[in-house]
Design a protein around this ligand. Structure first.
Ligand SMILES: Nc1ncnc2c1ncn2[C@@H]1O[C@H](COP(=O)(O)OP(=O)(O)OP(=O)(O)O)[C@@H](O)[C@H]1O
Ligand SMILES: [Mg+2]
Length: 271
């Protein structure tokens, strides 16, 4: 499983080396201030978990890192240099790859075609006539096998795979195309226990191969299984920011459950 990752991760990365650093980052959508004052660091070989309730600003935060929406406050440094990404392509050229909440796959297209979507291997001047189909099939098949994703047939529509397998294909794809930072927006949200385990194992493998991983989740248990650093967002601001050694699973769970709000709710519902 780690083979693929080790082969494609940047050999020069040192564990803990900062890949992305944010200081006081904020984002306003018109009058809506979706995010403010965010300090965050993504280190090579580390998993930074971002937790928070619906609407907390998690997706907004990763859209800034992945070049989808520019930040409107604060500074974003990539490899030590201050940057504002103009497009996802620019973020990608810095090795920042994102697997979105609503997976950008085409369900009716074959697994291998989705693997190469937008980055097809071509030969000669006529793109369609020149697609190196056999080669793409072989590479997609090999890459998936290496990481233990068994699909019956690389030609089957990706829509016929399980949610967990689809997430893994998307992660494998990002890594194969040279990601150094891997951003995952709630990759386990729609999955059962077993399939979540598959995805979490792969998150750990990406970390061990030296990638910096940003793992967005609602689930403190999933975060604690793989995380090195934890940030909890609430209404667009950071309410907790701790390294693994400074926080327990119980604390994370209590913060995520919103202890005070639960007590209030329990009172309101009279139980
Ligand atoms: N394009 C947009 N235009 C205006 N407001 C937006 C836009 N995108 C997000 N918001 C607002 O920003 C806030 C944060 O949204 P965001 O999607 O980042 O939350 P989230 O933590 O990812 O939530 P979820 O867990 O539901 O995915 C919300 O109040 C949302 O309504
Ligand atoms: Mg979201």
């Amino acid at each position: 499983m780690t083979d693929t990752l080790a082969n494609h991760a940047d050999g020069g990365l040192r564990r803990g080396e900062p890949l992305i650093e944010m200081a006081g980052v904020g984002k306003a959508y018109g009058a809506v201030r979706a995010l403010r004052g965010i300090d965050l660091r993504v280190g090579a070989g580390e998993v930074t978990c971002v937790l928070g309730d619906n609407g907390a600003g998690k997706s907004t935060l990763i859209k800034i890192m992945s070049g989808l929406h520019p930040h409107t406050e604060g500074t974003l440094k990539v490899d030590g240099r201050e940057t504002t990404f103009a497009s996802p392509r620019e973020a990608l050229s810095h090795g920042i790859a994102t697997v979105y909440q609503d997976l950008a796959v085409v369900p009716l297209m074959e697994v291998w075609r989705n693997f190469f979507l937008g980055a097809e291997l071509t030969a000669g001047r006529f793109p369609l006539a020149g697609l190196r189909i056999r080669e793409m099939r072989r590479i997609a098949d090999e890459e998936l096998r290496k990481m233990g994703i068994v699909v019956n047939d690389i030609n089957q529509p990706i829509g016929t795979l399980s949610g967990g397998q689809r997430q893994c294909v998307a992660i494998a794809r990002a890594v194969y195309f040279g990601a150094r930072v891997l951003i995952l927006d709630e990759p386990t949200a729609a999955l059962g226990v077993k399939q979540s385990g598959v995805v979490l194992r792969y998150v750990a493998a990406a970390r061990d191969a030296g990638l910096g991983v940003v793992f967005i989740t609602h689930n403190p248990h999933h975060a604690y299984l793989v995380g090195d650093h934890f940030i909890i967002l609430k209404l667009g601001a950071t309410v907790l920011d701790r390294a693994r050694a400074e926080v327990s699973l119980d604390e994370l769970t209590a913060q995520m459950a919103g202890g005070d709000e639960l007590a209030e709710l329990s009172h309101e519902l009279g139980r």
